[in-house]
Design a protein around this ligand. Sequence first.
Ligand code: LFR
Length: 498
Amino acid sequence: SKPSSVLAFDLGASSGRAIVGRLDSEAGQVTIEEIHRFPNDPVKVGDHLHWDILRLFHELKQGILQTKQLGYTDIESLAIDSWAVDFGLLSQNGELLGNPYHYRDHQTDHAMDKVFALVGREKLYAKTGLQFLQFNSIFQLAAIKERNPELLERAATLLMIPDLLRYFLTGEKHSEFTNSTTTQLLNATTKTWDAELLEQLELPARLLLDPVASGTRVGSLTEDICTDLDVASIPVIAVGEHDTASAVVAVPALDDHFAFLSCGTWSLLGTETMEPVLTEQALAWNFTNEGGVYGTNRLLKNIMGLWLIQECKRTWDKEGKNLSFATLVKLAEQAKPFQSFIDPDDDMFLNPQHMPKQIQQYCRDTQQVVPQSEGEIARCILESLALKYRFVLEWTEQLTGVTYPGLHIVGGGIQNELLCQFTASATGREVWAGPVEGSALGNLVVQWIALGYIANLREARKLIRNSFPVKTYIPEDAAGWQAAYATFCQVASRSRMK
Ligand code: LFR
């Protein structure tokens, strides 16, 4: 039988890409080709930070066009995944009301406490199982309700970012399940919108559509788009539209129990379970339970991730330094080890004006050596991330009672080999790095499951394992990293490790 081709759009917080996957079922092999890559620059206007959603839609159409121009005329379906929690609001007649807010917008800086006063922290966790992050959709909605109530009054429908783009492509409105779980409005037990919660927060229930399961066909390209791009209509599938859900689909694990790190702008570290873990300990450690595809649950914590270094680079670029990521990593490698550490997840790093100064401030506040050069700052970030990975990995083990012999890392972050090596050394375990296109691959294989080419999740992971390289990193300098970990924990507890 001839190979099957499908198209994945994977949108990250700094760039997006269109990737065609080809599945040769007989050979048990997948190959991928990147068709189109585009920046995703947020736009600040007035006091607020927004996504440039119409530009993203334009880029999706460019991706479809490129696919055709490269000679792929046999695309069987397409699907979108993106970061979570953000959404657009539609009017009664289906038009977009305003530009979606960026989850790093400061409108939610004080929103959590107000919601806790109305609902209660424990109650909210018991219902939703979601970690408290100030940007969860629930807090964004509470902030909008307070600041800009007319917007909510006019809104008829809420669609998460991939739901919204999919609606622009197909004209159909659907909420996809995995991404719905990141709103903190979905009940983790019943898997339906929590009516009581909506009532307590006086949020209109009409906004929310019953979630469809990941792996459902949800329309096809509109006639208008087909005419415009001169392509035949393509079926559209709702995959695990939360990029982290798709990334974990692509973890090439053969075991039922495994630890993963999805490494990109964010670092998401945890494990897959069959049920949400809603214990007191999970609440105290602020672990999340996010919905996965095919009945799976992701027990994990968000770690600030490569954002720290991306933001430093952006600041240095503005100052005219123009250092590539590769150069920064090289400078970090040459810098002196174990000088100073940060807790990557301190609130002060969520969206500061000037990341390098913010990191120096943290070191000053905690009476450490203050890193000066770009290399010293980059080293401080990478070592601190690796140490935080150990911390969260050990908490994950305590919650599940499972010992993980190694850590799978997927996503663009594995291109940073220094970080992979630091992670192996800090955790004292093997690191298995690959594949690099985690989310896009997870997106592709769920399309093939939906189309009937792959039997299930387990088979999909086997296929990925057979098709893409995995690089192993072995721990080094156990004593040095053990001492560093002790210092890191001390420093971070001084600033209330989160
Ligand atoms: C990763 C991610 C995380 C989510 C954060 C914000 O790209 O989707 O899972 O917590 O972005 O949406």
